[in-house]
Every structure is written in structure tokens, then in C-alpha cells.
Design a binder for this molecule. Structure first.
Ligand code: ADP
Ligand code: MG
Ligand code: ZN
Length: 485
């Protein structure tokens, strides 16, 4: 991409309100995950004739939290709109959503999020926030819509409460889009609205245009990293079209994660096609300023403030504070709970950011799973062993790997003398101990090289036989000569 290619990106982020007990308009559990297909359903979320929706009040409160956190303007009347389209995942043939126009309003409009990294600090404007219902889930038994001989449909997810957060096209690169989503998700996580570690909890439609051309919408991308990749691909694709004298058509594409490309799925519906109109089953609900004030009073500390606090309270660098908070609220919580228990903020931040995240990424597990193994208690043991010089900063990496991949307690690793001890710093510390405990043997060894073997034996004993004997011999010999001088 040449430097002056003008790129405009606007995102529609769909977030499941996973904090809710029940779906948006019925009393089916909101947690549909892991259940047999079509077992988490009722007449309302199956769209059976005559079934009537009842709004989940908690969903409104959760949406208000988000609107307040994003500095959006909350509308006084909550109006639900039918958005019509025909697709098997939508049993009623319309989705209950919200709409800006035709006398309807979304729950909130406007607002902004500030995104930041080392070289960037900018405001991204929010266009609107909608409450809507999730459709069911379609699966293709062969994995592909093209090759599959038949389609399976599971309505367990149908009717789960979603927030749709739409930005203005203020983002100017795929990287900014990724940073934006991470920040937004972190805010939602701190609000307790969603658990982003759940598969499918956050799905993004990314709109992108270049050089003032038509915009292309890439549907249903599952992670911030994939949004970045899909947009990079799309910039290259659109640039190539423009360069060869063609023009980019307005269309909907989808992201083929396996192949790393976007694929055309259909020409975009026009607004008219959806035949939006207010849902007559759901009369408008007034949103009182009392309710808004009450919700405002429950807002927790948000990521921006938390980053600043971690810097001032614990002396973390901006970079570390940023990663700890934005990467996952769980990480920030783990950091603070460990520091409260055993201090040493910068060591703990580095254990979490440099080691935990590395193994989480490498092993493809969630941060939650990683932290179930690298618990506060275990982190504090590691910190203590480091201080007591039972562990070197090099060996600790091996320990953390073992703890996270095999769920082993640091004590068991120390006891078993895990890894052949070739680690100089650690070995030198053990030798130091042996010297202190055996002054007479040290004196003997200075006079008689054969007596060195006794000291080597003591080191082997302390390390459960894991020290490298040759290396130990050399280190002891060197240490004895130092003593002479
Ligand atoms: P639709 O329902 O047609 O997808 P929405 O209003 O839901 O329309 O979403 C429009 C999205 O497209 C917004 O995120 C907006 O920022 C983005 N967008 C609008 N114009 C452009 C553009 N020229 N280039 C890239 N994105 C755009
Ligand atoms: Mg849209
Ligand atoms: Zn239901």
C-alpha cells in the first residue's frame, strides 16, 4: 500500500451480553454453549406463531452502562424495530433490532473511544449503539457453504441479547481497527457486560473503502487479529483493482480465516429491503433519568483510568500497564491480586506479560485457563524463590512453562530439581551455600584438589542430582581460587 492511499474503516461490533441469565425476549438461559442442538429454546425464540416477546430489563441496564462508558447520548424512549430478511438462522424472518430513522431511535447515539499506543492517540467516534437479538447458528457439515450437501441449524443461540456498537469511519489502518476493538472489548469486560474469552461473544463486521471508492463490508470476523488481517487483505485487493483501472463495487464479503482471504458473498441489501418498522409487540419503553443516574452510579473503574492508576500506584511503564489492562481484565485482576499478596509489581507484571501471555498464545489456551494454573499463590512462590535466589531469572521461564502447560506447583519443580541444572546463576548460589555450610571441607579442598569431589557431592545432593557434575567441578575450582586471592 502506498503511503498516501486514503483508507477509511468503520466497524460494527456485535457483542453478546453474556452477563445476562436469560435471553433478550424470553426466559431461556442466555448461556447456550455446550448444549445439545435445539435444546435451549422456547416458542418465543423459535418464532412460533402467537408467541410474544417480553423485554429483559437487565439487558437495558447493561446497554445503558455501555452507553455511559462510551459517552453516548441516551435516547429517552427505547424502541425496538423489526429488520426483515429471509435466512434459516432467523426463525421469525425478522430480527428484533433497533433503527435510526423512520421515527425510531437506537438506545444511544454518538460518543467516542480514545485509542492509544506508543505512537498513536486518537478519538474514534461512535455512531450508535443498538440492542438486538442474536440469530441461530448455521453449520455446514463439511465445513463449507459451497461443498456441504446439507445445512444444520441450531436455535440455541437464537434470541441471545446482543449489543451492536457502530463507529464512524474514523479508523485509518487495519492496526488502528485492531487497537480499537481491543480497547472497546476491554471496556465491556470491565463493565462486566461480556466475557470476550467465550467463543463467538464478539463478532465484527468491518467496512472499508480506499481512495474515496465504494465501501466493502466484511462480515462476521471473530477476533481483533483477524479483523486486522482481513482489512490488510482487503486493502491489497482493492488497491490492485484501482491500480488496474477498475473500480471497487459495493458488496458484502466474508473472511475465510483458513485461506486468509475475503470472499464475495452477496450484493449488499439496500436499507429498503429490510422494511424496518417499529415492532408492534414491543411498545416503547421510557428510559428515565433516574434509571440513567442509578446505572451511572454503578459504573466501575474503566480501562483508561486503570492504566493510569497502575502506572502511578505500582510504577509500571505505560507499555506494561497498557498490556496488562487491555489484553484482558483477568490479567489486570491477577496482577493486582498478586501484588497485594507479595509486592514486587514489576517482576509480577513481567511474569504475566512476558511469560504467561507467551504460553497462552503458544498453547492456544485462554488467559482464564492459564491463570487457573499460574495462580496468585504460585506467582508469589516464584517471586519468593527469585528473591531467595533459589531460582534464576532464566530458570523461572522454564518453571512458568511447566506450570502453565502441565499444571505443576513450583514447589514440586524445586523439589524434583526440574531441568538439568546448567544454569550458572542458580548453580553458583548453591555452591555459595555449600561453601558456607562446609568451611572445613573448603579449607581441605584448597590444599588438596581431590577433596573438591566432596564439595561437588554436596552440590549434587542439594540439587537432587540435577547439577551438571563437570560444570559444578569447574565452578567450585574457580571459586576456591578466588578465595585464595
Ligand atoms: P449498513 O447497515 O449499511 O451496514 P451501518 O450504518 O450499519 O450501515 O454501518 C455503516 C458502517 O460503515 C459504519 O461503521 C460506518 O462507519 C462505515 N462506513 C460508512 N462509510 C464508509 C466508508 N466510506 N468507508 C468505510 N466505512 C464506512
Ligand atoms: Mg450493518
Ligand atoms: Zn426462548
Amino acid at each position: 500500500m502506498s503511503k498516501n492511499t486514503r483508507v477509511k474503516i468503520g466497524l460494527e461490533v456485535h457483542v453478546q451480553i453474556t452477563s445476562l441469565r436469560t435471553k433478550l425476549f424470553c426466559s431461556c438461559p442466555s448461556n447456550y454453549r455446550g448444549k445439545p442442538p435445539n435444546s435451549n429454546v422456547c416458542p418465543v425464540c423459535l418464532g412460533l406463531p402467537g408467541a410474544l416477546p417480553v423485554v429483559n430489563r437487565e439487558a437495558i441496564r447493561e446497554a445503558l452502562k455501555v452507553a455511559l462508558a462510551l459517552n453516548s447520548k441516551i435516547n429517552k424512549l427505547l424502541i425496538f424495530t423489526r429488520k426483515h430478511y429471509f435466512y434459516p438462522d432467523l426463525p421469525k424472518n425478522y430480527q428484533i433490532s433497533q433503527y435510526d430513522g423512520m421515527g425510531s431511535l437506537p438506545i444511544a447515539k454518538g460518543g467516542f473511544i480514545r485509542i492509544e499506543n506508543d505512537s498513536l492517540s486518537k478519538i474514534v467516534r461512535i455512531r450508535r449503539i443498538n440492542i438486538e437479538e442474536d440469530p441461530g447458528r448455521i453449520t455446514y457439515p463439511t465445513g463449507s457453504i459451497v461443498t456441504s450437501p446439507y445445512t444444520l441449524i441450531d436455535y440455541n443461540r437464537s434470541g441471545v441479547a446482543l449489543l451492536e456498537i457502530v463507529t464512524e469511519p474514523d479508523l485509518e489502518s487495519p492496526k488502528e481497527a485492531r487497537i480499537f476493538i481491543s480497547k472497546l472489548v476491554s471496556i465491556l469486560e470491565h463493565l462486566g457486560v461480556t466475557n470476550p474469552e467465550l467463543e463467538g461473544a464478539v463478532r465484527v463486521d468491518a467496512n472499508i473503502s480506499i481512495e474515496g471508492g465504494e465501501r466493502v463490508e466484511i462480515k462476521n470476523i471473530g477476533s481483533p487479529k483477524d479483523v486486522e488481517k482481513a482489512l490488510q487483505y482487503e486493502i491489497a485487493r482493492q488497491s490492485a483493482i484501482v491500480k488496474s483501472g477498475g473500480s471497487v463495487n459495493r458488496e458484502t464479503r466474508h473472511w475465510d480465516k483458513g485461506k486468509g482471504i475475503t470472499v464475495s458473498s452477496r450484493a449488499k441489501e439496500l436499507e429498503e429491503d429490510y422494511r424496518y418498522f417499529p415492532d408492534p409487540d414491543l411498545p416503547p419503553i421510557p428510559i428515565s433519568s433516574d434509571l440513567i443516574d442509578e446505572v451511572r452510579s454503578t459504573l466501575p473503574e474503566l480501562p483508561g483510568d486503570r492504566i493510569k492508576r497502575l502506572m502511578s500506584e505500582y510504577g509500571l511503564s505505560k507499555y506494561l500497564a497498557h498490556v496488562v489492562v487491555i489484553r484482558s481484565k483477568l490479567l489486570a485482576d491477577a496482577f493486582e491480586s498478586a501484588v497485594r499478596e507479595c509486592g514486587n509489581a514489576s517482576t509480577i507484571a513481567s511474569i504475566l506479560v512476558n511469560e504467561l501471555l507467551r504460553w497462552v498464545d503458544e498453547c492456544g489456551i485462554t488467559i482464564e485457563e492459564g491463570l487457573k494454573r499460574l495462580t496468585t499463590k504460585r506467582i508469589c512462590k516464584l517471586v519468593r524463590y527469585l528473591k531467595e535466589k533459589k531460582l534464576s531469572s532464566k530458570l523461572i521461564k522454564e518453571y512458568i512453562k511447566k506450570i502453565i502447560t502441565e499444571d505443576i506447583d513450583p514447589d514440586d519443580l524445586i523439589g524434583k530439581g526440574y531441568v538439568s541444572i546448567m544454569d550458572l546463576e542458580y548453580l553458583s548460589n548453591v555452591i555459595e551455600e555449600v561453601f558456607k555450610e562446609n568451611p572445613k571441607a573448603v579449607e581441605d579442598a584448597k590444599k588438596n584438589p581431590k577433596a573438591i569431589n566432596y564439595l561437588v557431592g554436596q552440590v549434587m545432593k542439594k540439587t537432587m542430582g540435577k547439577a551438571d557434575p563437570q560444570l559444578t567441578y569447574e565452578l567450585i575450582n574457580k571459586r576456591l581460587k578466588e578465595n585464595v586471592c
